[in-house]
Write a protein that binds this ligand. Structure first.
Ligand code: C2O
Ligand code: CU
Length: 481
């Protein structure tokens, strides 16, 4: 069958459309995809999930933790028939993809939330190969276990490897001690029923702290997450019941690491091995060897390792905290390391996103900046009043851009915590010639500049990917006009 014709037939959306957020969007995708339609269904449903010795009742995709892996080839049209069996309205956001705006899964902005018992047909072309994931864009729902990997393969894969291992990290806050993410948000908000009410009552913060312009890999500290949760997961498994990935000594293994945690940055290492970083957030980088990775909420890294002979821990340590998650790589005999194993690579050489150079094919062409937006990240743990330019999110906020512009975003962190800042629909480049990414960690006192080309009309969320920060107000909208 002619893939193009099939794609057009399955896609009932007219070439121009208006989203609920009032954005008039031209369909820029139809001419690009030429792969087949990849049809699948996805159900969000409450389900019991086994976490080591205990079973918790939570919300899942398809009853599983993690949600099902979606794997297609770049150019395929993804057709996901989504059904909501949860007691709350929800959406699905395809994190990191450059897709048509009305399929981006943001309630009130790109679509109406999918009510309990209702369904929604997501239909879009997959454009760039890479490691992505999907999650809801409503409240802190993703922290209940609603997430799954989304892998877009490269039909002309330039890397050579024998095996592939998808590793999804998560911090577990739901159901373990009777708490749930919404309760945690309330607690962080000092018992107020919503962050917005609390912020209205709070006095204006005084002035920003003195700005520190520092080199990016200069570690300044600050807290990476709000809470040190006892339970951390790799592929839905606790460290005392780890997933074991089998390979042969000498195998080249591509590991795709996704941090789906709502509140935890991780330091990740594979005991006994050096990792070669090949991609971050789906984009190629000049290959770089490292002992450990620092991976903020929603960031992804692809690495290559050459397997040694034995049993090795893949460990994700909550950054600045003491709890960890673990999986095992087994290529030979020997006893498995215990659940608390801390490979020394965790304290070895650390290559951060700021040390990486953009891969040739992902580079933005040189040009002048047409428009610059300053985004001061504000708030404190005491008041839990996280915001951008001191304005907590409202759905009518717009940071304007025009199609065709080169845009610079300047993130200045005037707060004491880390903020992994994420933009929808437009991967940015870390200044200049740095990695192409959709999420960047901005540490306390740091300034980070990123560049992007405004080439995907619509309304696009720009927010901290600590879900407790975004939900308390550190979120806004980049809007075309
Ligand atoms: Cu992972 Cu606004 O998204
Ligand atoms: Cu934040």
């Amino acid at each position: 069958a002619d893939g193009k014709g099939a794609a057009a037939a399955a896609d009932g959306v007219p070439p121009g459309y208006v989203t609920p957020g009032g954005s008039r969007v031209r369909d820029t995708e139809r001419r690009r995809g030429n792969g087949p339609v990849r049809q699948m269904s996805l159900l969000a449903t409450p389900a019991p999930v086994r976490l080591g010795a205990r079973t918790v009742n939570t919300w899942t995709y398809e009853g599983a933790l993690t949600g099902p892996e979606i794997r297609v080839s770049a150019g395929d049209m993804l057709a996901v028939d989504f059904a909501n069996d949860l007691p709350h309205a929800t959406t699905v956001h395809w994190h990191g993809l450059t897709l048509r705006n009305d399929m981006d899964g943001v309630p009130g902005i790109t679509q109406d939330a999918v009510a309990p018992g209702e369904s929604f047909a997501y239909r879009f072309m997959t454009q760039r190969p890479g490691t992505y994931y999907y999650h809801p864009h409503v409240g802190v729902q993703q922290d209940r276990g609603l997430y799954g990997p989304l892998i877009i393969e490269d039909p002309r894969e330039p890397l050579a490897y024998d095996r592939e291992w998808v590793v999804v990290l998560d911090d577990w806050v739901d159901g373990v001690d009777g708490s749930d993410p919404d309760a945690i948000l309330k607690e962080l908000n000092h018992g107020m029923s919503s962050g917005h009410e609390m912020r209205a009552a709070a006095p204006e913060p005084k002035g920003p702290p003195r700005m520190l312009e520092r080199s990016h890999s200069d570690l300044l500290g600050g807290e990476a997450g709000n809470v040190d949760y006892p339970l951390h997961l790799i592929n839905g498994r606790t460290a005392d019941d780890p997933e074991t990935f089998a390979a042969a000594p000498g195998d080249r293994i591509r590991i795709r690491i996704i941090n789906a945690g709502g509140d935890t940055a991780y330091r990740v290492a594979l005991g006994g091995h050096t990792m070669t970083i090949t991609h971050t957030d789906g984009h190629p980088v000049e290959h770089a060897d490292t002992d450990t990775l620092l991976i903020g909420m929603s960031e992804r890294y692809d690495v290559l390792v050459t397997a040694k002979d034995g049993v090795f821990p893949l460990t994700a340590l909550a950054e600045g905290k003491k709890h960890l998650a673990q999986a095992l790589l087994r290529t030979g005999g020997g006893a498995a390391p215990g659940p608390g194993a801390r490979p020394r690579e965790l304290d070895g050489k650390l290559v951060t996103a700021f040390d990486l150079d953009c891969g040739e094919s992902a580079r933005l062409p040189d040009r002048e900046v047409d428009r610059r937006h300053q985004l001061v990240l504000t708030g404190s743990m005491r008041r839990f009043d996280w915001a951008i330019n001191r304005k907590p999110y409202t759905s009518s906020q717009r940071y304007p851009v025009r199609e065709g512009e080169r845009v610079e975003l300047v993130f200045r962190n005037h707060s004491p915590m880390w903020h992994p800042m994420h933009l929808h629909g437009h991967p940015f480049e870390l200044t200049y010639g740095g990695a192409r990414k959709d999420t960047v960690i901005v540490r306390p006192g740091h300034t980070v500049r990123v560049h992007l080309d405004a080439d995907n009309p619509g309304l696009w969320m720009l927010h901290c990917h600590n879900v407790y920060h975004s939900e308390s107000g550190m979120m806004t909208v980049l809007g075309y006009r």
